[in-house]
Write a protein that binds this ligand. Structure first.
Ligand SMILES: Cc1ncc(COP(=O)(O)O)c(C=O)c1O
Length: 358
């Protein structure tokens, strides 16, 4: 399977197919900050253009310190990368195990990265019928089979569920007992930072937190992500990353993004308000079931006959992209995901759905 067929957000491909400009398409398929990037990030990038004649700072020192201040953690606990995807692809080699368990449905790149390193992979399936809640007893019994690594995304993508810190602590205790390494993907945690496990995992040797700067800070095209872990693991992971993989513009943009507290505060407020609005309006559709969500996207099930692929194609005719979720392990042909976009775009989607679904 090609990378593009496995993800949302391939707006350039879709624009070519529709003979449209990307700006004419409302992209609900990738979950990116609807307010876009901060104006301070934009001006910082422009000011930094002349410094492209030099290699980037190979240690991303400025950004590392800014992230350390932002999270109140020592810089030694951080590894900065070309999107968290770079780290997802480095981890299987570093962990040197053979058998992984992925709490699913979840981000497909965990599986692809593990397979590249000849890991065997099983899925611990969560059910939409239970709102993707975790059954500890069942997870505990499954871990006894002897898994080297457990992958969990919090808040879950595409499910949207946020597992509270106590739940993560409990999972980590199960991992301690079973000798399993926990890979905790907090790609969307900036939307609900209080729930992050970042502070209690830095003292552990069997856990790493992955963070993405592409979603909340609205810079997927720049590629920026990082990990939080104990020092020793951070050092080992750092030496595996490709030298200069974090370019100069991404480094300065990252610092500016963290410093624009006003834009970040507005983002949280705006996304919460629009998510609530979308969720309420969509719940009024008799053929749609909306799942509870904590970040900037919603998972929706079509309870009627229509498939998510049909819906995706119908919406594309109106230049609206959604994420057909039928290729996620554990979801049927009736699930789709939408990003929380601007008020105007959200209304456009609701009007289009009104015509197609009702
Ligand atoms: C759950 C999850 N983790 C990680 C990533 C990768 O993000 P990045 O852009 O930082 O590589 C994504 C991207 O869609 C994601 O959905």
């Amino acid at each position: 399977m090609s990378h593009s067929s496995d993800h949302g957000g391939n707006i350039f491909d879709v624009a070519r197919q529709l003979c449209a400009a990307p700006s004419e398409i409302a992209d609900f398929s990738a979950s990116i900050n609807p307010l876009g990037l901060s104006p301070q990030v934009k001006s910082t990038i422009i000011e930094a253009l002349d410094s492209l004649i030099h290699y980037p700072d190979i240690n991303s020192s400025g950004l590392k310190q800014a992230l350390a201040d932002y999270h109140d953690l020592p810089p030694e606990n951080l590894v900065i990368a070309n999107g968290s995807t770079e780290l997802i692809y480095q981890l299987p080699a570093l962990l040197q195990g053979r058998h992984a368990l992925i709490i699913s449905p979840s981000f497909s790149e965990y599986l692809h990265a593990l397979k590249q390193h000849q890991w065997e992979v099983d899925h611990f399936l969560l059910s939409p019928a239970d709102n993707f809640q975790l059954d500890f007893k069942s997870l505990e019994q499954t871990l006894y089979k002897g898994y080297d690594a457990l992958y969990l995304c919090n808040p879950a993508n595409p499910g949207g569920t946020l597992y509270p810190r106590q739940v993560i602590e409990q999972i980590l205790s199960l991992c301690d007992v079973s000798g399993t390494f926990l890979v905790l993907d907090e790609a969307f945690m900036d939307f609900c930072e209080e729930a992050s496990a970042k502070h209690f995992i830095v003292g552990q040797s069997n856990c790493i937190v992955l963070r993405s700067m592409t979603k909340f800070f609205g810079i997927p095209g720049l590629r920026l992500g990082y990990s939080i872990s104990n020092n020793s693991l951070a050092e080992q992971l750092d030496t595996r990353c490709v030298p200069w993989s974090v370019n100069t513009l991404a480094q300065v943009a990252g610092v500016a993004a963290l410093n624009d507290t006003e834009h970040n505060r507005r983002t949280i407020e705006y996304v919460q308000r629009e998510r609530f609005f979308l969720s309420e309006k969509l719940s009024e559709f008799s053929q749609l079931e909306v799942y509870p969500a904590a970040a900037n996207f919603l998972l929706i099930e079509i309870t009627g006959k229509m498939t998510s692929s049909d819906l995706k194609n119908d919406l594309l005719k109106q230049r609206i992209m959604i994420r057909d979720c039928s290729n996620f392990k554990g979801l049927s042909r009736h699930f789709f995901r939408i990003a929380v976009r601007t008020t105007e775009e959200n209304r456009r989607l609701l009007a289009a759905l009104e015509n197609i679904v009702n």
